[in-house]
Design a protein. Structure first.
Lengths: 137, 137
């Protein structure tokens, strides 16, 4: 059954022809939980990026570096500990956080660059300083 | 302040000396939301891996391949659409799902391999078939 609005078919599978119907039914039931979890992950990640975007703007406003090594190592140690509590592989949790952090640092750098006037844009040199940057960007 | 049980310091930062106290206070407030989101992500990912582990065991029991290309492309299309709704970069959502799926496929392969008797383990050859595998593994 394809969802009416999204075009998403929760039963899409390359396995369909090779699987007994009762096995397929169980597979689809578990996949439906995975689909719910994935939607939650997407909305949660969107919220996380809203928060890190706020951090990115704060850092750019105050000329702070995009990365923060002490913060990152405290986060990694905490997530490994939480992963153990949740019975998730701590090495995977660390890989996951590094994946997210590297994306966030790219965003921070982009925010910081978007605040710098383009070279030769005709602004007075005094504007090309932390104080002179366009804070609305 | 270090948390009493975890040793986690939510104020850990390499920036501390260079930042005005009111900026640091705002940074820590946003980071505290990020920390809450990250704990939620860890528990949600743990739940997702429990579900994919169930899928992995089903696939191994019924000799199905670890990957399922049609399922994966349906998932990616859906997550890109959800990401747009959530104002998350769809390219990031796709990269994220690929990151998770490649981890899941490794888990499925490990489950499938752990069910195969080790070579030379002294079992009769007839056991080295789908039917003869140790389903308790």
């Amino acid at each position: 059954m394809t969802h009416p609005h999204s075009g998403f078919d929760p039963a899409a599978s390359s396995l369909a022809g090779d699987v007994a119907p009762e096995v397929m039914a169980e597979l689809l039931s578990v996949r439906s939980s995975i689909d719910n979890i994935d939607a939650t992950l997407v909305y949660l990640l969107a919220e996380r990026f809203k928060a890190t975007q706020r951090v990115g703007h704060l850092k750019a406003e105050h000329d702070l570096p995009a990365g923060d090594p002490q913060r990152e190592s405290a986060q990694i140690a905490r997530l490994r500990m939480l992963a153990e509590e949740a019975q998730l592989d701590p090495a995977f949790a660390e890989k996951f956080l590094n994946f997210i952090i590297s994306e966030v640092i790219q965003h921070h750098q982009a925010i910081s660059e978007s605040r710098r006037p383009a070279p030769g844009a005709g602004r007075p040199a005094s504007e090309n300083t932390a104080e002179g940057r366009d804070e609305r960007a």
